[in-house]
Design a binder for this molecule. Structure first.
Ligand code: PLP
Length: 399
């Protein structure tokens, strides 16, 4: 039996689907080698370029997910034995590095405390010391979804420039693209990797990449084995509006609609909305007297918040109660954070009332799980913050 009312899917992706996106996908399957494809693919690729904030980068669309996008970035830019610099700052940073290692890269995985971002000064030190330019790539997860930390990619780029090092900059934007400001051209990123199921407001099913001319050049010379994720045939076919094999056709229609929505709202407004919703959640966490895993406010993620439960309590119990009693899905603690944190997703197609309902649900779930939080305090703090943020400014007040 369906449970009455709406299910609150507040994990940090997959995110809630806008009705417009659902309707755009509710259609008969097209012929993926037919005449509809070039117009559709061209609009999607152009829209994505605007969302990646690039004029120099090219977009590649693979069936897959974020993990597939990792693999595509690795096999097309690295060869077995290539040295790679990466930082162990969370589950996805660790796994991206592991992906490179599985394909034979010599990964220097620098350990750091989970809850912190990529340290640009260490990037500088490592690259500066590498006089022989052995490092071929630096891996960065822009928004670490396991900890709720956004790294400063601009600072990493500056560190690479200051060290005068030619390594490629590979950035995972799986939980930032379309939610948190990401600038492919300005930060001179070489490869950005993403999936469809978070800020792009679609179901899972595609791996989306943006690649620089330098990365494309590299892909032509590396001798690593690859087939499904080979950029060569995909680039050639995508440019013509087609694919070398069967694409996720219906997702392309959904993606076109989602991109129209993001661009109608305007990227700066999308980022401001995410910042506002995120701060509303953080105000609630503070009012509960709980700790946000990310300690440096400059690194707070605007797409999710990882909340540390007090010593002696199990974060997993909160998730269980939320799911079974309240029909609210929250993100679990990943890897070593299991049981210690739960994560509130606040990205994608979302507004103030949904965040308030989520905060109320989290508060209730903690109460039901026996964590002593003052009922109502989080909701009230969040509401007060939104009241302040949404108050009409003098210019908007009717005369
Ligand atoms: N990178 C980040 C930052 C993620 O958050 C995720 C998934 O949540 C992934 C990569 C892996 O993506 P997928 O699960 O789509 O393969």
């Amino acid at each position: 039996m369906d449970r009455p009312g709406r299910h609150f899917l507040q994990i940090p992706g997959p995110t809630n689907l806008p009705d417009r996106v659902l309707r755009a996908m509710d259609r008969p399957l097209p012929d993926h080698r037919g005449p509809e494809m070039p117009g559709l693919v061209a609009e999607v690729r152009e829209g994505l370029r605007r969302v990646f904030q690039t004029q120099t980068g090219e977009v590649l669309l693979f069936p897959g997910s974020g993990t597939g996008a990792w693999e595509a970035s690795v096999v097309n830019t690295l060869e077995p034995g290539d040295r790679v610099l990466a930082f162990d700052i969370g589950q996805f940073s660790r796994l991206y590095a592991e992906c490179a290692a599985r394909f034979g890269a010599e990964v220097d995985l620098v350990p750091r405390r989970w809850g912190t971002g990529v340290p640009a000064e260490v990037v500088y030190d490592r690259l500066r010391a590498d006089r022989a330019h052995a490092y071929r790539a630096v891996l960065v997860v822009h928004n670490e979804t396991s900890t709720g930390v956004t790294s400063d990619v601009a600072a990493v780029r500056q560190a690479m420039d200051a060290a005068d090092h030619p390594a490629l900059l590979l950035v995972d934007v799986v939980s930032s693209l379309g939610s948190i400001d990401f600038r492919f051209d300005e930060w001179r990123v070489d490869v950005a990797v993403c999936g469809t199921q978070k800020g792009l407001m679609l179901p899972p099913g595609m791996a989306v990449l943006c690649v620089s001319p330098r990365a494309v050049d590299r892909s032509r010379t590396v001798r690593s084995a690859r087939y499904f994720f080979d950029w060569g045939p995909m680039l050639e076919e995508n440019r013509r509006g087609y694919f070398p094999y069967t694409p996720a056709t219906l997702l392309l229609y959904g993606l076109r609609e989602a991109l129209r929505m993001l661009l109608e709202e305007g990227l700066p407004n999308v980022f401001t909305r995410h910042a506002r919703l995120a701060e509303g959640v953080r105000q609630a966490v503070r009012a509960w007297g709980l700790r946000i895993l990310c300690e440096d406010p400059r690194e707070y993620s605007n797409s999710l918040t990882a909340v540390v439960v007090p010593e002696g309590y199990d974060a997993h119990a909160v998730l269980q109660v939320a799911e079974h009693r309240l029909h609210l899905s929250l993100g679990t603690g990943l890897g070593p954070l299991r049981g210690r944190v739960f994560r509130i997703g606040h990205l994608g197609w979302l507004n103030e009332l949904e965040v308030l309902a989520t905060v109320a649900g989290v508060e209730l779930a903690m109460h039901l799980a026996g964590i002593p939080v003052p009922l109502g305090e989080g909701v009230s703090a969040c509401q007060r913050y939104f009241a302040d943020q949404l108050a009409p400014r003098p210019a908007e007040t009717p005369a």
